[in-house]
Design a protein around this ligand. Structure first.
Ligand SMILES: N[C@@H](CCC(=O)N[C@@H](CS)C(=O)NCC(=O)O)C(=O)O
Length: 208
């Protein structure tokens, strides 16, 4: 059976668990990283030299990098479904949003999330948090523009292109921060929240 190594509170692990749930892929998950540790052992580093989570073991095939794992699982179990259509341009669009979510959206949100959730109040660098929030808001403006004309990041239907941005957007709407009015981002997020798979593996886990 597919093994997912990584704690349930990691947004990158959540992407992998979520795609498994969407595609009905049986899996086991082991808590590693964060408070659980275990991701700096020689054994884990031999699987993933970055010492980060997630890593998967698919009957001996080891893979790390969450977006690549999501694409691999979609290729293997969802090829040609609405989640991962065969049309090359639809795929490239979805893949683009996945990569952008990691290169731009995730990068701007990390100092805000780490600063407010994982740092005791007395040690918070508020200027750094504020600057990162502004960058995150700007990135959300890019989502807002796309979602004005498109129901989902993946296009007219939900697909894996929506997966990486959604756990970060959960944080945007739930952290105690200033939020610009982005009605289309909100509409898309509400659509995502209607998915039981998202509620169970992202919303119910919360921010830790
Ligand atoms: N680019 C990697 C990033 C992985 C990553 O940074 N994971 C974080 C959790 S979200 C991590 O391993 N942090 C250290 C830890 O959990 O101990 C991916 O997408 O898989």
């Amino acid at each position: 059976m597919l093994k997912i190594l990584g704690r349930a509170t990691s947004s990158n692990v959540q992407k992998v668990v979520w795609v498994c749930e969407e595609l009905n892929i049986p899996y086991e998950r082991a808590d590693l990283g964060g408070p659980y540790g275990g991701n700096d052992t020689a054994e884990y580093l031999s699987l993933n030299p970055n010492g980060r989570v997630p890593t998967i073991d698919d009957d001996g095939f080891i893979l790390w990098e969450s977006n690549t794992i999501v694409r691999y699982l979609a290729d293997k179990h969802g090829n040609g479904t609405t989640l991962w259509p065969k049309n090359l341009q639809k795929r490239a669009n979805a893949s683009r949003w996945m990569d952008w979510a990691s290169s731009t959206l995730a990068v701007s949100h990390v100092p805000v999330y780490q600063g407010l959730i994982r740092t005791p109040e007395r040690r918070r660098d508020l200027a750094k948090i504020d600057a990162a929030r502004d960058g995150w808001a700007k990135a959300n403006g890019i989502l807002e523009n796309w979602l004005r004309d498109n129901k989902y990041l993946s296009g007219s239907t939900f697909g894996i292109g929506d997966i990486p941005a959604a756990p970060i957007t959960f944080r945007w709407f739930n952290l105690d921060i200033e939020r610009e009015n982005y009605p289309n981002l909100r509409r898309w997020y509400d659509e995502i929240c209607a998915r039981q798979t998202f509620r169970k593996h992202i919303i119910d886990i919360g921010m830790q």
